[in-house]
Design a protein around this ligand. Structure first.
Ligand code: PLP
Length: 400
C-alpha cells in the first residue's frame, strides 16, 4: 500500500508504540493514586506534558490533555463563551475543519453570532477583513493554522497580534500544522491552540489544548479535578505517554519533513501536473504545508478516482464526499470560489516521513493511469458510469 493520506491519519511510529506499551501492561495504576506505582504513572504523564510543551515552545502547565483535536477545538470555543455573557460573538472562517464549523453552526442556532470570513481563490483570508470583524463583544476568534485539504498556511503570528490588539482571545486549530511547520506559541499572542495525536504518528484518541498562562479557561468536562481541574476524567495514560514521545519525535523530524518530505511532495505534484492533461493544483503553491498536494482533474469524479487508486494500492482522499448517494463537493474548495466540477474532480495527496522516493514514482504512474481510464469510460455528458462508481453509496464520510 502506498499511503498518501497522512492528513487523515498517520502510521504509528514504532518508537511511540514501544514507549506506550508498558502503560497498557504492567504500569496500569491510576495516576491519582498516592502509592508508588500510581506516582510512577503520574511522572510519566508529567514527562509527556513537558515534551508536548517543548514542541510548542510552551510551559508544561499550559498543556491540557484531551481525547482528540475535535475536543480541543470544542473546549476552547465553549470556554470562551462561558467567560462573559456579554461576549457571545465568534469570528471564524468558512474553510475551517468540521470540528469548528459544526460547533459554530450549532451555537448559531442557540443565539451565538458567528462571523464567517471568506477566503480568496488561493485559500488566504484578508487580515484587514479579519480586523474589521473583531468587536467589543467578540468572545473568541478561531482561525486554523493550516488547512487540512489544501495545506494552505495562514500568517497566524500576524493574525493573533491583530486579535490581541483588539482585546479578543485567539484560538488556532493547529492540528495539521504541528509537526509539519514550526509552531511556537512564544512567537505569537495565541490564547489557545489545538493539536491531535493521530496526525503525529501517535495513536488515535488523544490530543492536547494549549491554554496560555493566566488566560481564563472554563472546563468542558468536569469531574475528578484531573488536568489541574481543567479537564475531568481519568487520564488516557498510555496514549498521553505516546503523545509525549510523538511530540519529541516531531521536533526531531521537523527538518526532514521540510526537506525530504517536501521534495517527495514536489516531485509527485510536478510529475502529475506534467503528465496528466487538465490537472491543476488547488491552493497557494508556496504558503502551504510541505506534505500536502491538492489537485483537480478535469472530467474526473474524485470518488471514482479514489476507488480505482485504491485498487492500484494508492490511498488518498477525495475533494468530495458521498452521503446517502449524493456527492457533496468540499466546502473548502467551494469556499475558495472553485466551481463544483473542479471541486468534485479534486484529490488530496498527503505525505509523511514514512513514504519513500520509489512510492512517488509509482504513485504518479497510478494517478496517470486511473485518470486516463476514467476519462476513456466517461460518457459524453451526464454522470460517470464505470464499475468504480458503483460502491459509492457505501462511502459516507470523508476523512479529514
Ligand atoms: N482540525 C483539523 C484541521 C483536522 O484536520 C482534524 C482531523 O482531521 C481535526 C481538527 C480533528 O482532529 P481529531 O480527528 O483528532 O478529532
Amino acid at each position: 500500500m502506498i499511503y498518501l493520506d497522512n492528513n487523515a491519519t498517520t502510521r504509528i511510529d514504532p518508537d511511540v508504540l514501544e514507549e506506550m506499551l508498558p502503560f497498557l501492561r504492567e504500569q496500569f495504576s491510576n495516576p491519582s493514586s498516592l502509592y508508588a506505582s500510581g506516582q510512577r504513572v503520574r511522572k510519566a504523564i508529567d514527562n509527556a506534558r513537558e515534551r508536548v510543551a517543548a514542541l510548542l515552545g510552551a510551559t508544561p502547565g499550559e498543556i491540557i490533555f484531551t481525547s482528540c483535536g475535535t475536543e480541543s477545538n470544542n473546549a476552547a470555543i465553549w470556554s470562551a463563551l462561558q467567560i462573559d455573557p456579554d461576549r457571545q460573538h465568534i469570528v471564524t472562517t468558512a474553510v475551517e475543519h468540521s470540528a469548528i464549523v459544526k460547533q459554530c453552526e450549532y451555537l448559531a442556532k442557540r443565539g451565538v453570532e458567528i462571523t464567517w470570513l471568506k477566503v480568496d481563490n488561493r485559500g488566504f483570508i484578508d487580515p484587514a477583513q479579519f480586523e474589521r470583524a473583531l468587536r467589543s463583544d467578540t468572545a473568541i476568534a478561531s482561525l486554523m493554522w493550516a488547512n487540512n485539504e489544501t495545506g494552505v498556511l495562514w500568517p497566524i503570528e500576524e493574525l493573533a497580534a491583530i486579535a490581541r490588539d483588539k482585546g479578543v482571545m485567539f484560538h488556532t486549530d493547529a492540528v495539521q500544522a504541528v509537526g509539519k511547520v514550526s509552531v511556537n506559541v512564544g512567537r505569537a499572542p495565541i490564547t489557545a491552540l489545538s493539536l491531535s495525536g493521530h496526525k503525529l504518528h501517535c495513536p488515535k484518541g488523544v490530543g492536547a489544548l494549549f491554554v496560555r498562562n493566566r488566560s481564563r479557561f472554563v472546563p468542558f468536562l468536569r469531574g475528578g479535578g484531573q488536568e489541574n481541574g481543567r479537564r475531568g476524567g481519568t487520564e488516557n495514560v498510555a496514549s498521553i505517554v505516546a503523545l509525549g514521545k510523538a511530540a519529541e519525535l516531531a521536533l526531531e523530524h521537523l527538518e526532514e519533513v521540510n526537506t525530504r518530505v517536501r521534495a517527495m511532495r514536489d516531485e509527485f505534484e510536478h510529475g502529475v501536473l506534467q503528465s496528466v492533461s487538465g490537472s491543476v493544483r488547488n491552493g497557494d503553491a508556496s504558503q502551504r504545508l510541505p506534505n500536502t498536494s491538492n489537485i483537480s482533474f478535469e472530467n474526473v469524479d474524485s470518488e471514482a478516482a479514489l476507488l480505482l487508486l485504491d485498487q492500484s494500492g494508492v490511498c488518498c482522499s477525495a475533494g468530495s464526499a458521498c452521503t446517502a448517494g449524493s456527492i457533496h463537493p468540499s466546502h473548502v474548495l467551494l469556499g475558495m470560489g472553485l466551481d463544483a466540477d473542479r471541486a468534485r474532480g479534486s484529490l488530496r495527496f498527503s505525505f509523511s516521513r514514512f513514504n519513500t522516493e520509489t512510492e512517488v514514482v509509482d504513485a504518479v504512474r497510478a494517478v496517470r493511469e486511473v485518470v486516463e481510464k476514467l476519462r476513456s469510460t466517461r460518457p459524453k455528458s451526464g454522470a460517470i458510469a464505470t464499475d468504480a462508481t458503483r460502491p459509492l453509496a457505501a462511502v459516507s464520510a470523508r476523512a479529514e
